[in-house]
Design a protein around this ligand. Sequence first.
Ligand code: UD1
Ligand code: CA
Length: 453
Amino acid sequence: MTLSIIILAAGQGTRMYSDKPKVLHTLAGRPLLAHVYQTAVALTHREIHIVYGHGGEQVPETLQDFQASWVKQEEQLGTGHAVQQVFPNLPDVDNILILYGDVPLITEESLTILVDAASDSGFSLLTTHLDNPRGYGRIIRDEHENIVAIVEEKDATEEQRKICEVNTGFMVIKGKQLKLWVNALKNENKQNEYYLTDIVKLAVSDGVNVAPVIADSPIEVQGINTRIQLSEAERYYQLVQAHHLMRNGVGLIDPARFDLRGDLEIGRDNEIDINVVIEGRVKLGNNVTIGANCYLKDTIIADNVIVLPNTMIDSAVIGNGCRIGPFARIRPDTTLDENVHIGNFVELKKTDVGKGSKVNHLTYLGDSHVGMGTNIGAGTITCNYDGVNKHQTIIGDDVFIGSDVQLIAPVKINNGATIAAGATITKDVSENELAISRVEQKSISKWKRPTKK
Ligand code: UD1
Ligand code: CA
């Protein structure tokens, strides 16, 4: 039996109190809808149809690399109406799996079980038991424990609200029947919506057995309707990721204080202290230590690197044996060769630093090249921007730059040169030269300080 998949993602997400469509809110750095899509893609299927609507083209534009057919629901008249929008492109003979764009933690395993469960009667439904079922549709069973209806909370009686078995929203139905029942839906309910859930009643009256599958992990089927639920899902997801990394050898000091919003590739014997955030694609070699409160994004770090606390590294390549921070900021397009030391309050941008060079204190290097074995003194600033254009600073090998030097780019400091402290360098400096630009010191003896009037 071929499977077609529908993901419902047109709703507004009223309870988020946000102008952003709900399915674009992120979990572990990726839109909710991207999580559902990724799980759907892993199933053998004919086509994935995504119903969008609220927020207009924003949703398909943000997620344009999806291999899916996007179907617009102009008005959000309910989940049944949403499914109906796909009918012109939905084969009668397929089994149709319905997923919700705001239930991101569903697993491939659960969906596979659900798909298999539909093979007999042509209708299976994923339910779960919740201690607090508030907000969910309740599962109504008859005296033989057969499912006979789903009642939405807003339409439920006091008695029905006490039921703790809830509708997760996930179901598999034969295409032909789905069309028949959805086309027969009415919107006579508290929300005046065409509820997809009402097809259960129609199926039962047509003598079709609804095969239940009970999800054993309620968090997996948790719908995200509020920011509190989003944060709960986030913590759960982060812990799963953290434990996975730990099982593969990463030493996380506290898995509850670690956030990965992307992909982390790891070597052996890495240690990550608390409150580290990793975004995008980050690769760590062997023996890397990341101190507390660091932020790493789209960065490659080689072996034996120490990143000290409160350091930010974005889109950089860090060589073997480097030592960075504390309080360093490495900005995009920066490359550090082996054994480079970058110290506190140092900012690097579009800069490459050669083997063994040191930039230890209070420095800004932008659009620069630094050779090997060079020492950059405290307070060195490359003046790379004239207000209109950016210019390059080239510093050779074995250069010594004293403290508090301004290098007015474009400028080149050749190998072996020495720049005296306090210099403002506007002209190139040749090999092995000393450059000083300093007003000679004057002393006035017996100086009287001004007194307060
Ligand atoms: C829905 C179910 C409820 C279930 C719960 C599980 C219905 C009527 N109710 O309730 O039984 O317990 O999910 O999480 O189905 N959507 C559209 N178009 C619309 C309306 C909704 O695409 O016109 C999409 C939403 O974007 C969302 C999904 O359908 O992804 C569910 O809609 P939502 O409004 O969140 O339904 P719930 O009240 O959570
Ligand atoms: Ca929901």
